[in-house]
Design a protein around this ligand. Structure first.
Ligand SMILES: [Zn+2]
Length: 196
């Protein structure tokens, strides 16, 4: 991707990424924002300057007795493909708190023993709007599956041994990258995720 270093009045529709989604200044209503680069824009009328930052999102490899709890996506993007429990981190929330909240919202499970695995950038287009995200991946475990109930953007769940999961079924490139790291560390993680 080419990063523009000088401001331009390029047609926003031709700019890829979030900066291309805005035509009018949100402060003064002036039409014709200057696209400074793919991450920021400036209003020539009122000097409003705005930066588009990457949104933090988190996903969890949720283990139960050595098997993974995988979610089937209920909505686009990637409807029907496999995904991790997780989602966007909200304002003023830690990643761990947000991830625990998402796992409860999506599966009604109480997860514990969170361990950080890795992070990767991702593109997430929702309702036609492209978002840039920084996905953080964790491993955690649920001692009890009794109350599991798929909800929110999860259609159903699968319990799978990590070794038998086909990475091509995973919805996002960042998740596939994290899954490859997980597989490489499974010897260490399996002891951690084994029944107690
Ligand atoms: Zn303005």
């Amino acid at each position: 991707m080419t990063i523009e270093t000088s401001e331009s009045s390029a047609d926003p529709a031709k700019i890829h990424g979030p900066a291309g989604q805005f035509r009018f200044c949100p402060r003064c209503g002036h039409e014709g924002l200057h696209i400074r680069n793919s991450r920021s824009l400036r209003c020539p009328q009122c000097d409003f300057l705005y930066f588009f930052n990457s949104a933090a999102a988190a996903g969890a490899f949720v283990f139960h007795r050595g098997r993974l709890v995988m979610c089937v996506r209920a909505n686009e993007p990637a409807k029907g493909m496999l995904d991790l429990a997780g989602g966007f981190i909200e304002f003023d929330e830690s990643v761990e708190t947000g991830l625990k909240r998402e796992i409860y919202e999506e599966l009604a499970l109480e997860a514990e023993n969170f361990r950080y695995l890795m992070s990767a950038p991702n593109d997430y287009t929702y309702a036609g709007v492209p978002y840039k995200t920084t996905d953080l991946f964790y491993v955690c475990e649920v001692p009890d599956l009794a109350g599991i109930k798929p909800a929110d953007d999860v259609a159903e769940y699968l319990l799978v041994a990590p070794q038998s999961l086909d990475p091509a079924r995973l919805a996002f490139s960042s998740t596939r990258a994290a899954f490859a790291v997980l597989l490489g560390r499974l010897d260490a993680i399996e002891a951690y995720a084994a029944p107690r």
